[in-house]
Design a protein around this ligand. Structure first.
Ligand SMILES: O=C(O)c1ccccc1NCC(=O)[C@H](O)[C@H](O)COP(=O)(O)O
Length: 214
């Protein structure tokens, strides 16, 4: 069955809906520019009711060791999602320094972007392929922009690590995205919101139902 990560959670209600709907991963964003930003203390509270079978994910962007140390010490995430320009060496360093599995995100607009994954396969526990925002999109975030990329770029691809497809997924297009890309897992944020940063409980339920049925 397709793995599903619901990202950018910031309320107890949305966390509960994601768990009840069968999410495998719950994502918490530590990036002050994001409308989904949470503090380590908020994430710690939000993740208290999360059952052990559901993995909590701390999303950071080119974070320094001090921030990672604080997040790991307070929230104790099951996975660190690195959504910046972290090199393979930095990914390996973070993994060994903090003893937490790492998911490295690749920003994709072309086949060359997908090919960059091979450098991360030895050091990351998981990979994610997300849409690369175009340069002309001035206020773009590193992720969470409701942008999709050409899912065919991943069709037939094999990676040495489990991977998730992200970017512009919705309850309406997730089944087609899974079929086209062959993704073993998917990640969503904007597609389950009714305003930037405001998660919709009905959309979370609908996304999980559609992805799990695909
Ligand atoms: O969601 C954010 O605000 C965010 C900020 C900075 C870096 C990454 C961010 N989100 C990354 C995610 O994991 C999203 O779920 C992924 O990019 C897909 O986003 P969307 O297209 O909105 O579903």
């Amino acid at each position: 069955m397709t793995l599903v990560k619901i990202c950018g959670l910031s309320t107890p209600e949305s966390v509960a809906a994601a768990i009840e709907g069968g999410a495998d991963f719950l994502g918490f964003v530590f990036y002050p520019r994001s409308p989904r930003n949470v503090t380590p203390e908020q994430a710690t509270e939000l993740t208290k009711p999360v059952p052990a079978a559901v993995r909590t994910v701390a999303l950071t962007v080119d974070a320094d060791d001090a921030l990672l140390e604080t997040i790991v010490a307070t929230m104790r995430p099951g996975l660190l999602q690195l959504h910046g320009h972290e090199t393979p060496e930095r990914v390996a360093d973070i993994r060994s320094r903090f003893g937490t599995p790492v998911m490295k995100v690749l920003s994709v607009a072309s086949a060359e972007d997908v090919a960059k994954a091979s450098a991360y396969e030895p050091v990351a526990g998981m990979l994610m392929f997300d849409a690369k925002p175009p340069k002309e999109m001035k206020d773009a975030l590193p992720g969470g922009n409701a942008l999709r990329f050409d899912w065919q770029l991943l069709a037939g691809a094999h990676f040495g690590k489990p991977w998730l497809l992200a970017g512009g997924l919705t309850p309406d297009n997730v089944a087609e995205a899974i079929r086209t890309s062959g993704a073993p897992g998917v990640d969503v944020s904007s597609g389950v919101e009714d305003a930037p940063g405001r998660k919709s409980i009905p959309l979370i339920r609908a996304f999980l139902k559609a992805a799990k049925a695909a």
